[in-house]
Design a protein around this ligand. Structure first.
Ligand SMILES: [Zn+2]
Length: 463
């Protein structure tokens, strides 16, 4: 009987331990799920708030385009000038303030403040002062003193801290178009995903011999940079300021429809054919193009779900916001984990074309009008710059500080940086030979992943 009671006690103790472990695991799961929810809600709210503001800004610029046409018809060249400088301030400076708008929305939904995200932007404000100011050939100012104002705006926007990081910043001084700047490359090495190489970097597995082979990191060409210099790098509206006659650039028919004037009235106004007037257009060689022109790999990799109505078939500008939240773990050794989320949203709108039918916002020969009425979350893969990850501190540190050293002196196998560790693996000849051999035998098994560019992992298809 006594022995029996002892057995029961041991048994009960075991049950209690099991219950305790289960409860801890549940608490752990609960903390993880809650952190993930807060992070997602914060990111989604921030992206929506920023995209809404982007739509409002384009609408104001569009309204001013219309005012500009009327001022030109009235021959008021002074007013024309004033309108264009106001538009420039709207496209170049105002999107910077979206940083604060995103932060407010994210903060309310309970994500963490990130000092590392703040550092990315404060470093950039310093870089603008050091490299952009006083270098008008490489970074032409939209008006005298614009870069200084821009740097100041960034500093004001981040002064309280950062909650939602702009994840698709198009830094004018950033290198572009290089395998080392593609996060998919590192993920492919980590996952031994040889198919990725087949679709994104064919031949490199066989031809690479050492880090000395890499071409230097190229930067954007002058023409692209000049075009971008009327836009904020942060939450860019991707607009284009064109110089020329309104009749030639916008078209007589469109001007008639916008202003309600007759051909004779338009043609008799000298400012309408004046070739020095400046007008705001969508950047139709940048993001304001049809989806498939941007991603020529075609049907199978088209990232949106379902059919896209023709009047919405334009990629356009977008807000990509990154949020994060640390949470305690109770079961394993790591003291804290971090939930990270990246959300994308876009302003939506349509215009009436010359047949009075609904059409994409760019249908009036690319001329900006007040066309935006809506804002929605969209899959990350469908927006431009979705893979830039400019609010990811690890990635930004790697790109800005580690890559230049790597290109000079090769991989550092002791680096704590995850990306640098992948470059050390990549240097290993047998790894590349394995991949090359595998592809020789199995390439036909590779299926191109939907979403083309890839490289965002779990959050890429979040919506
Ligand atoms: Zn690194």
């Amino acid at each position: 009987m006594k022995a029996n009671r002892g057995q029961v006690a041991v048994y009960l103790a075991l049950v209690l331990v099991a219950i305790a472990v289960l409860m801890l695991m549940n608490v752990g799961t609960f903390l993880g799920v809650r952190a993930r929810n807060h992070t997602m809600n914060s990111g989604d709210a921030a992206a929506l708030a920023v995209a809404r503001r982007q739509g409002q800004l384009i609408n104001r610029i569009g309204q001013l385009n219309e005012d500009h046409l009327h001022a030109a018809l009235e021959g008021d060249s002074n007013r024309c000038e004033k309108i264009v400088s106001l538009q420039l301030r709207l496209s170049f400076l105002e999107p910077v303030d979206c940083i604060g708008i995103g932060n407010e929305a994210a903060k309310k939904n309970g994500c963490d403040r990130s000092d590392r995200m703040k550092k990315i932007l404060s470093d950039h404000a310093r870089d603008v002062r050091m490299h952009y100011v006083g270098n008008p050939d490489a970074f032409p100012e939209p008006w005298p003193g614009a870069w200084e104002e821009y740097a100041r705006r960034i500093e004001v926007a981040i002064s309280d801290g950062m909650w939602a990081g702009p994840d698709n910043i198009e830094f004018l001084d950033a290198a572009t178009g290089h395998l080392l700047l593609n996060r998919g490359f590192y993920q492919a090495i980590a996952g031994r995903n040889w198919c990725w190489f087949r679709f994104n970097a064919p031949g490199v597995l066989g031809s690479y011999s050492s880090f000395g082979d890499w071409a230097p990191l190229p930067s954007a060409d002058e023409e692209t940079r000049r075009r971008r210099c009327v836009n904020s790098e942060i939450y860019s509206l991707s607009l284009d300021l064109r110089t020329g006659s309104a009749v030639h650039l916008i078209g007589l028919d469109a001007i008639r429809r916008i202003t309600g004037k007759t051909t004779a009235e338009i043609m008799s106004a000298p400012l309408m054919t004046n070739t020095t007037q400046r007008w705001f257009f969508y950047d139709t060689s940048g993001y304001w193009r049809k989806w498939r022109e941007i991603d020529p790999s075609g049907e199978t990799s088209f990232p949106a779900m379902g059919r896209v109505k023709p009047e919405y078939d334009v990629r356009g500008c977008a807000a990509v916001c990154r949020t994060s939240l640390k949470f305690a773990t109770v079961v394993d050794d790591s003291p804290q984990r971090e939930a990270v989320w990246s959300a994308a949203a876009k302003p939506f709108g349509t215009v009436r074309n010359e047949h009075e039918a609904l059409d994409v916002v760019t249908a009036i020969n690319g001329f900006v009008t007040a066309a935006f009425t809506d804002v929605r979350l969209v899959p990350l893969d469908t927006v431009g710059g979705n893979d830039l990850a400019t609010a990811d501190p690890d990635w930004m540190e790697h790109v800005k500080h580690h890559l230049p050293v790597y290109l000079r002196s090769g991989p550092d196998p002791f680096s704590p940086c995850w990306y640098c560790a992948r470059l050390a693996e990549w240097e290993n000849q047998s790894l590349r030979e394995d991949g090359d051999r595998w592809l020789r035998l199995n390439a036909q098994q590779c299926v191109r992943p939907s979403g083309g560019m890839g490289g965002r992992g779990g959050s890429a298809h979040g919506h």
